[in-house]
Structure formats: C-alpha cells, structure tokens
Ligand binder design. Structure first.
Ligand code: ME8
Length: 513
C-alpha cells in the first residue's frame, strides 16, 4: 500500500494554541483523511517543541521547571486536537526519550560526515524569538542604533560562546541543484523563488549548539553543549517514525511538510542540507502557507486579539471552522479572519447551497416516493452532464489536494452542488410528480441522491462530522466514513433500487448575525 506522510510544525510550548496552530493542523488533517480515503497508508504527525531558552525562561518566571511548563501546555494541545476532529497518528514531544535518541543519532551522523566542527560564536541574539542576528542584518532592518530585534523590536543581547557549527556552506550548490531539479519541492512558487534567491546569495555555516542554557538535548560526548533548537526540532520528523531504527523508512521521506511562511528557511534550507549531510532522503515537498490576521490586525498578546480555540469553538462547530479556514483563503496566501466573513461563507455555500440541495432532495424523495429510490431509467443529456460533472469533480479534487489546493478543491465541490441545484430547477420534480411521470421522477431523484452521496464523500475530509451526518441521512444509517474508500464507495451508481433514505434533518441551519 502506498504510504503518505504528512506533518505539521511542532508548536512551541511557551504559548498556548491559537488560530494559527489550528490552521496548519486542520490542513494536515484534511490531507490525512483524504489520503486514507484513497487507500494510502497514512502517517500524520503533529507535536510540540519543548526545548530552548525561551521555554526555560518562561518556566523560571512561573517558578516551575521547564518540563512542568511543557506538561501543562502539552495537555492543552492534546485536549484540543480531538475537539477539532484532528486524526493525527502520532504526537511527538521533543522531551521524549525516543526523540532525544534520534537527535543524538542525527548529530552523530553529521559528525561522521565531517559536517560539524567546533568554533567560536559571536552575535546578537533575541531571546524571545530565539533568533541570532548579524550586525549587517540589524543594520539592514534599521535596528542597529536601537539594538533591537527586527522581528519583535525587543532588545537583542550580545553573545559570545564556544559552539559547534554545521557546514551549511558546503551544501549550497547541492541544495540549489535539488531545488532546480525538483520544481515541486517548495511551494507555493513565490516561496520557492524566495528560497532560491536566499540560497543563491550564499550560505554561512550555522551555529548548532549552545552552552548558555541547559534545557535541551546534550551534544553526544560534550555535555556542556546542548543541541541548538532547530536541529533538535526538525529531527522530530524522523524521530516519530522511529529513526534511527530502520522502521523510520516505512514513512520517511515525508510527502509534505506543512508549515507557515515564518519557518520556511528552516524547512527549505537548513533541514534539506542537514539531511543531505546525514545521507538521508529529503522530504518530497515543503508547503509554506500564509499568515492569518484577525479583523485586519496582526494577532499579538499585547493587542489582546489572539484568537484562542476555546473562543472559536464556543461560537462555531469545529467543522464550520475547518471549512471556513480552508475555503476563505487560497492556501499559500495571507488571509484575514473575521466573524462576518465566516458567517457569509457559511450561509451562502453551506446553508444555501449544500444544505438546500440535501434538504429539498430528501424532502421530495420522502414526499413523492416514501424515501425510496427506484433507480434510474433512460438517461437524458442533462443526467449524463450531471454524472460527468461529478466524476470530473472527483478528478479535479484529487489534483487539487495532491497540490494542497484546498480552496480549489472546495470550490470545485461547490460547483457540483450548484449544478445539482440547477438540475432540480430544470427538471422540476414537483411537476413530474404532478403529471404522474413516475419513471422520469425516479431518474431525477436518483441522480440527485447519488450526486449528494459523492459530494458528501468529498466533503468528509474537510467536515467529517457534517459529511457523516449527510451520509447518515442518505444511507438511512449511521455510517463510519473513516472506513470508506474511494475505490469501493466512490463510483457513480452504487445506490441500488429499493434503497431507503431517511427524512431530511437540517445539517446547515442558517447563521444569524
Ligand atoms: O515556529 N497564521 O513553533 P510555533 C498562520 N516550534 N499560521 C500561523 C500563525 C498565523 N498567524 N501563527 C502561527 C515554531 N502559525 C517552531 C516550529 S517545526 C520543526 C518547529 C502556525 O509555535 C504556522 O504553522 O511558533 C507556523 O509555522 C507555526 O504555527 C509556528 O508555531
């Protein structure tokens, strides 16, 4: 069985989950569900990034140990994901033994490849962002006079310490070759160009150990050093599937790393170079999505506008949120979250279009035929046009999701729903019923129900609860859609003559202002 390995970033435990974390994880979940439905052996990984100075300091401020702080925040994440129907197969913590073992094995491979050497590190450092800055970078960002961080504008500190370095510079040309030979390696295209320009401008060796804090994985053979957070964090993608034991090869290389654009350089430059040095295969793709603002503003603790999942889930069902986030903004672009936009999208696309098609179809089927399908008689051109639209939708959704085009997939599914509603108007089943044109009435109703069934299957990865409810009415039975497979259930015409559907119960009631 072909495997599919999809990851989210591992999230820092010095803050609690918010809209941004929810977004990436939902996107990964849709891919995982879709690929399982298509018969792939899926490994969907998420987790948390627990080490580093920021976490150590946050814990100190609260008078607890780093692991106590991590335990508290981890619990939030682990409680949240089921509420959002996240179907991850594993959850990696960087404080776990299996992860430490993998990081040390990775380190050793880099040492064996002569890709790591000891030197002296001197630079400017922003503690809150865990980012080192060169003087040139500070000057370019107009932050040199004030000695502040270009990202967060807080004070940077001068640091000078003994450090191990990774020979990043050695991999500049191999990385450029790889990116050029693999046009799909970095997406979207704008990000790929950004990375190409960055790599072309030259790569400096990377400081990869620290002696200034202790909350991390010790460097093998030199315990005064801990492995710098990014080598530690990135290796999670290997430790979860079992590295260094051979079984990691069951899933590695990852099919796609989903990340936000903030951490593109780490995933599209440092990580592939580390892997090349270690003699390991590179991930097939890194997709960096855009940034959410809230009601036009950047989310920040100081503004007090950070959207927390509890607030969102108090207002909306998880499925509605899942749908909105992936439909509203083309994946890869920045977007703005607003309650108005959510309500509008929901009302037009889900309540008016999908909900309406389901309700009116099942209502007519029940009213005219006691809820029973009587199969399709002679098909007319309008019927064949509907079938072929459904079938081409399935192919288009497949193409879209293979390229992480969530919004394209949803728009394509919605187009079929609109087609279905037009088909109702054009064929006016109420007229057929009145005229007593039973054969034609049955044919029209059959096409509508089959369309809805296959639409619900395509919607399931996005809205597992809502789509299951749709299918429960269509099948007149509770259905466990996670066991459904496109190869088995995805073909047109599987509902048989005599099949009983349930009476409609509204699944997408209109949302008032
Ligand atoms: O960077 N819009 O963790 P993190 C969209 N531990 N996505 C957002 C977002 C926003 N406003 N805010 C956050 C780290 N995200 C490291 C990663 S991976 C080996 C280590 C999402 O907790 C987005 O996916 O800061 C972003 O990349 C991630 O959260 C950053 O999470």
């Amino acid at each position: 069985m072909a495997k599919y390995y999809v990851t989210t970033p591992i999230y820092y435990v010095n803050d609690e989950p918010h809209l941004g974390h929810v977004y990436t994880t939902i996107a990964a979940d849709v891919l995982a569900r879709y690929m399982r439905m298509n018969g792939r052996d899926v490994f969907f990984l998420t987790g948390v990034d627990e080490h580093g100075q920021k976490v150590q300091q946050a814990a100190e401020q609260r008078g607890i140990t780093p692991i106590e702080l991590a335990d508290q925040v981890v619990e939030r994440y682990q409680a949240l994901w089921p509420q959002l129907s996240i179907s991850n197969d594993d959850f990696i913590r960087t404080s776990s033994e299996r992860h430490k073992r993998a990081v040390q094995a990775m380190w050793q491979r880099l040492v064996d490849a002569d890709a790591i050497y000891k030197g002296m590190y001197e630079d400017w450092y922003c503690v809150p962002c865990e980012t080192y800055w060169t003087e040139t970078q500070l000057k370019e960002a107009d932050c040199w006079e004030a000695r502040v961080c270009p990202d967060c504008r807080r004070a940077v500190e001068r640091v000078r310490e003994e450090s191990y370095f990774f020979r990043l510079s050695r991999y500049q040309q191999p990385l450029l070759d790889h990116i050029r030979q693999h046009p799909d390696f970095i997406a979207p295209a704008s990000r790929r160009n950004e990375v190409l320009r960055f790599v072309e401008s030259g790569l400096n060796d990377l400081s990869v150990s620290r002696t200034t804090f202790s909350w991390g994985v010790p460097v093998p053979g030199d315990e005064a050093h801990v492995v710098y957070v990014w080598i530690d964090a990135l290796t999670n993608y290997l430790s979860a599937p079992g590295f260094p034991d051979d079984r990691y090869q069951d899933y590695w290389p990852a099919d796609v790393h989903l990340i936000g654009k903030d951490i593109l350089r780490f995933h599209a430059v440092y990580w592939p170079c580390m892997l090349m040095a270690a003699g390991l295969p590179l991930p097939k793709r890194v997709f960096a999505h855009g940034w959410w603002t809230v009601e036009g503003e950047k989310m920040s603790k100081s503004r007090g506008n950070v959207l927390r999942p509890a607030e969102l889930l108090a207002r909306y069902e998880a499925d509605v949120l899942r749908y909105f986030l992936l439909r509203e903004v083309p994946f890869g672009q920045d977007g703005d979250f607003s309650y108005d936009a959510l309500r509008q999208r929901y009302n037009t696309e889900l309540a008016n279009d999908v909900g309406n098609l389901l309700n009116r179809t099942l209502a007519m089927l029940n009213k005219y035929r006691g809820g029973i399908l009587h199969g399709a008689a002679d098909e007319l051109a309008v019927d064949r046009a509907l079938i072929s639209d459904v079938e081409s939708m399935q192919r288009d959704v497949d193409d879209a999701l293979r390229a992480q085009g969530f919004h394209i997939a949803l728009e394509r599914i919605n187009a079929v729903v609109r087609h279905g509603n037009r088909y109702v108007e054009e064929n006016a089943p109420w007229v057929l019923a009145k005229e007593g044109n039973q054969a034609r009435l049955d044919t029209v109703l059959y096409h509508l129900v089959e369309t809805l069934r296959l639409v619900a299957m395509q919607l399931w990865p996005f809205m597992p609860g809502k789509a299951s409810a749709m299918l429960a009415q269509i099948m007149n039975d509770e259905v466990n859609v996670s066991c459904w497979r496109m190869s088995e259930h995805g073909g047109w015409g599987l509902l048989t003559r005599g099949h009983q559907c349930a009476a409609p119960r509204p699944i997408f009631p209109r949302m008032e202002a």
